[in-house]
Write a protein that binds this ligand. Sequence first.
Ligand code: H2U
Length: 349
Amino acid sequence: MSQFNFEDHSHRRYNPLTAEWVQVSPHRAKRPWQGQEEQVSEAKRPAYDPTCYLCPGNTRANGEVNPDYTGTYSFQNDFAAITEDVPSGEMAEGEFFLAKSERGLCKVICFSPRHDLTIPEMEVEGIKEVVELWKKEYVELGARDYVNYVQIFENKGQVMGCSNPHPHGQIWAQESIPDEPLKKQLQFSRYYEKYGRTMLIDYLHAELEKKDRILFENEHFVGLIPFWAVWPFEAMIIPRRHISDITALTDAETRSLADAYKQLTVMYDNIFGISFPYSAGIHQAPTDGKEHPEWDMHLVFYPPLLRSATVKKFMVGYEMLANPQRDITPETSAALMRKLPKVHYKLQK
Ligand code: H2U
């Protein structure tokens, strides 16, 4: 039998941020481009759509009219999943019936008045305005005494259940710290207690030394595919210095984050020459009034596509029953993405 190596043989990788494992099966993906490479024709959208509920001046489902905004715009979600007017209540019957009321609020944030743009097609200055809005919302929502966590995220593309192509994201602010950030908080705290340093910055330094999974770097941020990535093109954007939450970003760092967001999403769109779907968001310190020196804010991107514009990875079977699994290694995905043109495919001659 040949000697074990990570490029050829089945193995498991550990995610120290969540204490979970991923099964990697690289022998099944020696040639990731074997599958179809069908192009999807994308309808050109107008800059303004009179039927879009996010365009400036249009009426939303609840009858409210959007202002004639020229930059970013946020409003309370008309169909909020978590609301503020919930009476407090609890069920605690032995080991089996635990439930608790949850208060919070949900907002929608429009990235641009232009219906036809997406983040990778926006100017860095415009994306910087989006980051500024994230900061403002994080501060305002987090300041409510009952709000302990503010989840900022973006769902892009129909395949992710996004209801409208107008560039937008969402924010859910709530009483509890939800599971994903809570898992990280636990792991970050353990690491911080043990080493007196933050886990993510140490991890970033280790990745910068290895270089295999780095996608791009700018002055203040690094884009990479994590060692333990589950989705074929999963990625993270990590700050070079310890920053617990986005309010600590300097003006130059805010611009750099906007630049990194653009660089990564241009790469994404260029993989298959389509507007690349994903769910993405920020994980950062809770707003529970406590100090969080263990937290390093970062962005995570979970795109579902596998090997073409239409062939997506399914999280089914073994993944539902046992562990997430991937074929193409994170190193192969990173190498492939690094080779892509830096210019968005729509602007390539
Ligand atoms: P998604 O595209 O990720 O579904 O986000 C759009 C949100 O916009 C969605 O949560 C809200 C939906 O509830 N919405 C409004 O708040 N007002 C409307 O008029 C339509 C949709």
